[in-house]
Design a protein. Structure first.
Ligand code: SF4
Length: 477
């Protein structure tokens, strides 16, 4: 994934962008960057590797070194950004969120622009092209930013939201054509900001100004927000924002993530209560962090006490701490989980996770609970079985289709033929659905397993299903 944050105001924008971008750290762990514009210094830019230490630590010096009343920042799981681009539109900084699946086709388009133009693109180590540079090269093929952004978005197979810090200090932002990810605008008495996460600017003293619609393009100066291109009708915002990777305190399309998650847990509890599959459970717990509000909703609705049978020790293990070897990473993951013996030993536990993708992590957690004396561990997934890898976002959980535990189990049960019946497997009331759940239970030693249904997740989000992307659950484009 990735996220961005930008500010244009009457005073220095650097501290706000430093703090606002840092609030997007849950969206990426690889690269962080800030670009700023100052009327004397022009555009400045800094990018750091944030794999081993957090964004905030890496950019402390930036607060003294960079100057400017407008700036943008980015957190990325892939390409370094923001990039500085020298073009016919002047020099500007660009940052993007999304994924480009047809990168080769677009590179060819850029390199062959205007016939045999001799155009070049900078290659990164390993020969890969930075997707931000590719988007900029497509934008530059048109007569102005608006035409260029629309052109680039129309060609991208995947999704792309774009943030540009212009050489005149203004900011141009464009939400993805189908609004897969959010772009929100905040306002203060000194200017405007643009953000992926709404809580990031609220904490910095900006109030909600507007959420861009799909494909909408706006320009921000310290005094003015100008709509450069009106939003489109069609939207497919990612449903996973609410179930898993959006931050609990954020709102997207007016729906708060934490509130959605507790509502989602309550709907799962209602299903279990109707199906008689929830009795004799001592405690409901959530897999931290995003599983917790789903579990609170389940506990509140079912009346089963909520408890934390294990707690993550986070004060000294930062999320981005990544030892070099897998063995050391596994050891660190285990060091973080501290059991509460009184809440585990001899107890029947129902654990709610935000999703079950490959199953590796949840297997380790369940083994950990049994090793500390749990009698039974029931598992609930706060989202439906993941049947398709995501093709719209650079989403770290969406790996190759056959890594998905649901698909792997289906193929184990009846070979490739099973892949023709994914809908049936999703449904807990069909023989195939029951067989998949039982096979996963056997594999991971769950006493029982259930998933939220697609309808249940849509109901918990509470916006029109036509506006939501649920592709990874039901394959609907
Ligand atoms: S496929 Fe899944 S993860 Fe990807 S945008 Fe759609 S709902 Fe989100």
């Amino acid at each position: 994934m990735g996220g961005f944050f930008g500010v244009v105001r009457k005073k220095s924008a650097i501290l706000d962008v430093y703090l606002g971008t840092d609030y997007h750290s849950h969206l990426g762990t690889k690269r962080g960057g800030i670009a700023a514009y100052d009327s004397e210094l022009g555009l400045q830019r800094e990018i750091h590797n944030i794999e081993n230490s957090p964004f905030r630590t890496k950019f402390e010096r930036t607060l003294d070194e960079m100057k400017g009343n407008s700036a943008i920042g980015a957190i990325s799981d892939t390409d370094p950004q923001p990039l500085l681009i020298y073009s016919k539109f002047g020099t500007y900084a660009i940052s993007t969120v999304g994924v480009i699946n047809n990168i080769k086709e677009l590179i060819d388009k850029v390199l062959s622009y205007g016939g045999n133009s001799g155009a070049i693109l900078q290659a990164m180590t390993g020969g890969k092209i930075n997707s931000n540079e590719l988007v900029a090269a497509l934008i530059n093929q048109k007569d102005d930013f608006v035409q260029g952004i629309k052109y680039a978005q129309s060609l991208v197979d995947g999704s792309v939201s774009i943030l540009i810090l212009n050489g005149d200090g203004s900011i141009i932002c464009a939400r993805d054509r189908l609004g897969r990810t959010p772009v929100l605008i905040g306002k203060s008495k000194d200017g405007y900001c643009v953000s992926f996460e709404s809580f990031a600017y609220q904490k910095l003293g900006y109030s909600d100004e507007k959420e861009l619609g799909p494909g909408e393009i706006v320009r921000l100066t310290e005094d003015e927000l100008t709509v450069l291109s009106e939003p489109g009708e069609e939207m497919r915002i990612c449903a996973f924002l609410w179930t898993y990777y959006g931050y609990s305190t954020s709102n997207y399309e007016g729906v708060n993530v934490e509130v959605m998650r507790t509502r989602n847990g309550a709907i799962m509890a209602e299903f279990d209560m109707a199906n008689g599959d929830y009795k004799d459970i001592d405690y409901v717990g959530g897999v931290p962090d995003s599983g917790t509000p789903h579990a609170i909703g389940y506990a509140n609705r079912s009346g089963i006490p909520f408890a934390r049978p294990y707690i993550k020790y986070t004060p000294t293990w930062s999320r981005s701490f990544m030892p070099a070897t897998q063995a050391d990473r596994n050891k660190i993951a285990k060091m973080k989980l501290i059991p509460v013996h009184e809440l585990i030993h001899g107890k029947n536990l129902l654990l709610v996770d935000d999703s079950i993708v490959r199953g590796t992590q949840i297997k380790e957690t369940v083994d950990f609970l049994y090793s500390h004396g749990a009698k039974e561990v029931h598992m609930r997934s706060a989202c439906p079985p993941i049947m398709y890898g995501c093709k719209y976002l650079n989403f770290s959980r969406a790996t190759s289709d056959m890594e998905l535990i649901s698909r792997r189990t289906i193929v184990e049960l009846e070979g490739e033929e099973g892949l023709k019946h994914l809908e049936e497997y999703s449904d807990p009331n069909t023989e195939r659905g029951k067989a998949m759940r039982k096979a996963i239970c056997d594999k991971f030693k769950f006493k029982s397993l259930e998933f939220q249904s697609v309808e249940g997740a849509i109901k918990a989000i509470g916006i029109d299903k036509c506006k939501l992307c649920t592709y990874c659950w039901n394959g609907k484009e």
